[in-house]
Design a protein. Sequence first.
Length: 409
Amino acid sequence: MQMWYSAVGLGYRNKAVEAAHNAQLSRLPQLACQYLHKEKILLCAELCIETERRFGTKGRVHFNVGGSQAVEDSLKLVRNYANGKSLMIAFMGGYHGRTLAASEITSSYRYRQQYGHFGNRALFVPYPYCFRCFYGKRRGQCDYECVTQFERLFETEYYGVVSGRKKESEFAAFYIEPVQGTGGYAIPPPDYFRKLNAVLQRHGILVVDDEIQMGFYRTGKLWAIEHFDIKPDIIVFGKALTNGMNPLSGMWAKEELINPNVFPPGSTHSTFSSNPLGTAAGLATMSCFKENDMETVVKEKGQYLLNSLRDLQKRHKVIGDVDGLGLAVRVEMTKPDGITPDRALTEKIFEEGINGNIDMGAKTYGLVLDVGGYYKNTFTLAPPLTITKEEIDLFIDLFDALLQRCLKS
């Protein structure tokens, strides 16, 4: 139930992606990134056309290797466009990578702790984690208090965000994950990002949408931000683009931010970015998404998984919260009170699953899970998008068996 942090959307050893990758290996396996090759152009075109179809905005794609590197490229793009402004806003619980600059906008202090002072550390604001609201409110009864509190920062220069009468902000961009990966897959309320974006637009702050974990149909859309009715200025992507066959990442940006007159060739560079093996695998992956109507399939399977988990939740008081979007699904474990985080139980279930000794029928199984969330008490489920209903049923039975075993011991 954990496909390599969402990198393997189509399941391990997908035949179509593997065939495209291996054919490219025997044809043209590597090429320095400054040279063009057919697959690079075709994949750029596919991503730009699909993104324009969704947001009505023309843009361009720039490739890199890993997610952190793509985030770094986007930071260069933002700082260039914002006339050198170097400060960003990001979410508590957000994760954008562990290179030096990406660590500045990743909320966890432990990633910065041993490396000294970070002068461009982001301003971190609460994410709409409604099950444990930062402001103590309840979902559906809060009137979006989190947005109200964010907007208040711009009321006066003495809150440290804007200057005097013109209220110009020193912040260049807000880095968002529509659904937080490491933060535990909490699902924002439907109007949150639309309301937040209205504040950002008034103050000329760009939206950078980090889709490295949630892009490529994990949530049932090509880009997770499509669920929330805003148009990002920049999209950062990676992981599932090649189904995990090759490290290939990148960013899409609006034309006015990335055209060569504004962001000249050579403004950023990586020797192995846009490598032929990755672009060939990426094209095959994109074809598989289309051929299998992933938007419809993932929505249906995700709802089936959610419904099954909610039925299980009724039988176990220690399942405090179940939520999800597409096949990004969270199961938060608590004490029997339904709210106090239970990290010990979560770790016990994880370890028992890995041990691989769950008897079910005539077979013995293991269960691969991933633990995340603010309190390390949340199972973040990211199964292959190709998972069957029978496999979902098997997972529910195995998870139920693990729960019962761990609660007895």
